[in-house]
Design a protein around this ligand. Structure first.
Ligand code: FRU
Length: 462
């Protein structure tokens, strides 16, 4: 099938089901979500020619995984996102089972994308190719073929190229699995984005496969990746797969003992970062989990599944990467609905809202929509919700880096993001309360402000 035919089929799915999707009371007001079908990893995040571009892994035809497209959204302010339809479709011999994750850079004024061409043959065997795309205008995308083939020593679980430039050199990290079934990140460099030299393994050792690597500098050099196969250890690694970072040194290396999870909620995976024109390092993640009980998500009935997190600004504080909601998020505040200082507050919380807790002294207990609760006590935060598979409750928890003083929660119909102490500790989770449920209970010595947040106005242009 040609690329045009495939893209048209994707657009037909939107024409057919798009209105149903938007009618779902669980559909977000201000988070990026698919117009139909399944969304997973953020791809090609870049600030290019004054516009923020984000692509994402997209299965337009059903609410499961499969031969992925890249969908494309743009924004002028990181709040309102315009949907532009499919940018890449899996139409070539080297990507026919999916245009898998990748990244974007700018070269000579053009937008250049790198992604993994995934090919599965009838026997379930896999091939993977790192592929290149150019776009002179951000509207048309021309595939330029395969840039890198699988090197010796690795299984075909070799994917998700992230490219950046330092000085006159281009670099690429790729998530990989060695033939000994060890997860790792592989490094390449290039003088021109044309020819690529294999430089070796940058880091390895945790679990059996590392997906979606990223590299950037804060105060130290940061390697971000999503390892698979880590054993649960007390409060750590309780999700099916993890996403986290190692702060190390590009020359001297990254020690796996220094790996830390980035987010402590139930749904957070495969994040990607970019530096914007203001010099901010901004991250966005998939608020989902691969192979993580997708059948229990009630949004299937409305023909969509999964969404992004909010974009967040990164900084480093000691060994911790701090994630702060962007200042732009204040533009979402539509009206203040609560402003109180009392030990126990009970009232209505809008389905699309920001909840700010300040001047906290002591423990805090929050229960929202009779569905999710957050308890912060004795230097620990514990998030509890009904188990997605219906078997009792499930929880995620972590130790706080510093005494609890401030908390900001973003609620958007079926998701919640909790930023504790200015983003030192973050929890991202999907929530599926009864659709009309609006109750909130907040206990603690604190001052409380709640805003109702507006819908993002990006609109749809397919
Ligand atoms: C991570 C991932 C990537 C892959 C993509 C396929 O969620 O498995 O490694 O490129 O999703 O959709």
């Amino acid at each position: 099938m040609t690329e045009t035919v495939m893209k048209n089929e994707a657009k037909e799915k939107i024409a057919r089901w798009g209105n149903t999707v938007k009618q779902d009371p669980y559909y977000p007001a201000y988070h990026i979500a698919p117009p139909v079908g399944l969304l997973n990893d953020p791809n090609g995040f870049i600030h290019w020619n004054g516009t923020y571009h984000l692509f994402y892994q997209w299965m337009p035809f059903h609410t499961g995984h499969g031969a992925k497209f890249w969908a494309h959204v743009t924004s002028g302010n990181l709040v309102d996102w315009k949907f532009h339809g499919p940018a890449l479709a899996p139409d070539r011999w080297y990507d026919r089972s999916g245009c898998y994750s990748g990244s974007a850079v700018e070269k000579d004024g053009e937008l250049i994308l790198f992604y993994t061409g995934n090919v599965k043959n009838g026997e379930g065997e896999r091939e993977s190719y790192q592929c290149k795309v150019r776009s002179p205008d951000g509207v048309t995308f021309e595939k330029l073929g395969v840039s890198i083939e699988l090197p010796k020593g690795f299984t075909p679980h070799f994917r998700d190229p992230k490219v950046w430039k330092t000085g006159h050199s281009w670099y690429m990290v790729i998530g990989a699995q060695t033939e000994d079934k060890e997860g790792c990140v592989v490094l390449y460099d290039s003088p021109d984005l044309e020819s690529w030299q294999y430089k070796g393994i940058l880091a390895s050792g945790l679990g059996y496969m590392w997906e979606c690597p990223d590299f950037f500098r804060l105060e130290g050099d940061v390697l971000l990746f999503s390892p698979q196969g880590l054993e649960e250890q007390g409060m750590d690694y309780r999700n099916m797969y993890q996403s986290g970072y190692i702060i190390g040194d590009f020359e001297d290396g990254f020690r796996t003992e220094d790996f830390r999870e980035l987010d402590h909620g139930f749904e957070f995976y495969a994040p990607q970062t970019m530096e914007d024109d203001a010099g901010r390092r901004i991250i966005i993640g998939w608020m989902g989990m691969p192979d993580g009980g997708e059948e229990y998500f009630p949004t299937h009935d409305y023909h969509w599944i999964h969404q992004m997190t909010l974009p967040r600004e990164l900084s480093q504080k000691g060994d911790t990467i701090v994630q702060k909601p962007l200042v732009e998020m204040e533009e979402l505040r539509m009206r203040k609905v609560v402003e109180e200082s009392q030990e126990k507050w009970e009232g209505k919380i809008p389905a699309s809202s920001e909840i700010l807790l300040q001047d906290i002294d002591g423990d805090v207990d929050i229960e929202l929509f009779r569905y999710i609760s957050l308890r912060c006590s004795k230097g620990k935060a514990i998030l509890t919700r009904p188990a997605m598979d219906g078997s009792g409750e499930e929880w995620r928890a972590t130790v706080l880096d510093s005494p609890l003083t401030e908390m900001r929660l973003f609620v958007d119909h079926s998701s919640i993001e909790i930023f504790i102490n200015g983003g030192e500790t973050v929890f991202s989770s999907r929530i599926f309360p009864e659709k009309e449920e609006t109750s909130g209970i907040i206990n603690g010595d604190l001052s409380l402000t709640v805003w109702e947040l507006r819908r993002q106005t990006g609109g749809k242009t397919v």
